[in-house]
Design a protein around this ligand. Structure first.
Ligand code: PMV
Length: 325
């Protein structure tokens, strides 16, 4: 038998950048601050897990290719921790993980990948015990906490459309607002500095202390704007937040500049526009995400033409989190 699950990446409105020091695998990837995100729906990772014979090794494929050694290690480690959590003797697994969206495009594939892998693995291990599977399917915070140990932002891909992640796990926010995320892919190059390395550098920025002091206020305001469905309140807050995260990156002891000249040019052009109902945010990369209450492809294409910038557009919208297939 094979177990299959699907999950989507999420885009953070309040960012996770910088993590607490961990004492063990249990408290890995805990952010220095609570973060807020929107889970997407069109971009998806499907993870398939099945049991192999006892004398074999784990076999891991990502997008139909044997995974790199680095990715194999991460997946194997994640399988170890799930077997451990369920107190079941580890057996080798065949894992196939496939994205329907291009990698390294600013859509965080590790979030959707670890959320889908967590759910598929639990189902595979517990397949003969439906009441235990039910328990895990209902206990979203436990799933989130497990996914988080694979990749921090995966904690926020278990649920949707909006999550608040504080400490061990993320929780669904009780909100009903359809927002769109239009991603502009300016570059598909893999980042030179991984987000794991970036997280470690965050606290070396002289701006981090101030950020952590001021962030509760911005976080409250973002929550209020989401509750009130006030895009014109939410927009400036998420732009300020994305800029601040990049200021922290650029001012760390080993500065990281993930942005391209085209990213900066677009941000400047948008700053000149007085009336706008779509707003940008950024992850650890150069590709902006535009958040809006309606599809904005046409405006974005006009803007690219006006600024003489080439890019591909990925249109997405909020969704409901990970599920078994
Ligand atoms: O989960 P990681 O280690 O890939 O960190 C993600 C960090 C950002 O995407 C830059 C921000 C966030 O909150 O998702």
């Amino acid at each position: 038998m094979t177990s299959k699950a699907v999950a989507s990446p999420n885009i953070a409105l309040i960012k996770y950048w910088g993590k607490k020091e961990s004492q063990s695998d249990l408290d890995r990837n805990i952010g220095l601050n609570p973060s807020i995100s929107m889970t997407l729906s069109k971009a998806q990772t499907v993870a398939e897990v099945s049991q192999k014979h006892d004398n074999e090794l784990d076999e891991i494929f990502i997008n139909n290719k044997v995974a790199s050694l680095e990715d194999q290690k991460k997946v194997t480690k994640h399988l170890d921790r799930i077997f451990d959590e369920l107190k079941i003797k580890r057996y080798p697994c065949l894992v196939k993980s496939e994205n329907n969206f291009p990698m390294a495009t600013g859509l965080a594939s590790s979030a959707s990948a670890f959320a889908a892998l967590t759910l598929a693995t639990i189902n595979e291990i517990l397949k003969s015990d439906s009441s235990k599977i039910e328990f895990y399917l209902k206990n979203k915070e436990l799933l989130s906490s497990l996914a988080r140990r694979g990749s921090g932002s995966a904690a926020r891909s278990i649920e949707g459309p909006y999550c608040y992640w504080e400490r061990e796990s993320a929780q669904k926010l009780k909100l009903d607002w359809k927002l769109y995320d239009t991603v502009l892919i300016l570059s598909r190059e893999k980042k030179a500095i991984s987000s794991s390395q970036g997280h470690l550098l965050a606290q070396s920025s002289p701006h981090m202390k101030n950020r952590l002091e001021m962030l509760p206020q911005r976080t409250e305001k973002v929550l209020r704007a989401l509750e009130l469905k006030a895009i014109n309140d939410l927009g400036p807050l998420i732009e300020e937040e994305a800029l601040e995260m990049h200021k922290i990156m650029q001012s760390s002891s080993s500065p990281i500049d993930y942005l391209l000249p085209e990213t900066k040019k677009l941000m400047q052009a948008l700053n000149q526009q007085r009336t706008r109902d779509y707003y940008w945010t950024l992850d650890a990369g150069p590709n902006p995400h535009f958040i809006s209450e309606r599809p904005i492809r046409e405006e974005l294409e006009a803007l690219l033409k006006q600024e003489d910038i080439q890019g591909e557009i990925w249109e997405d919208e909020c969704g409901y989190g990970a599920k078994l297939l």
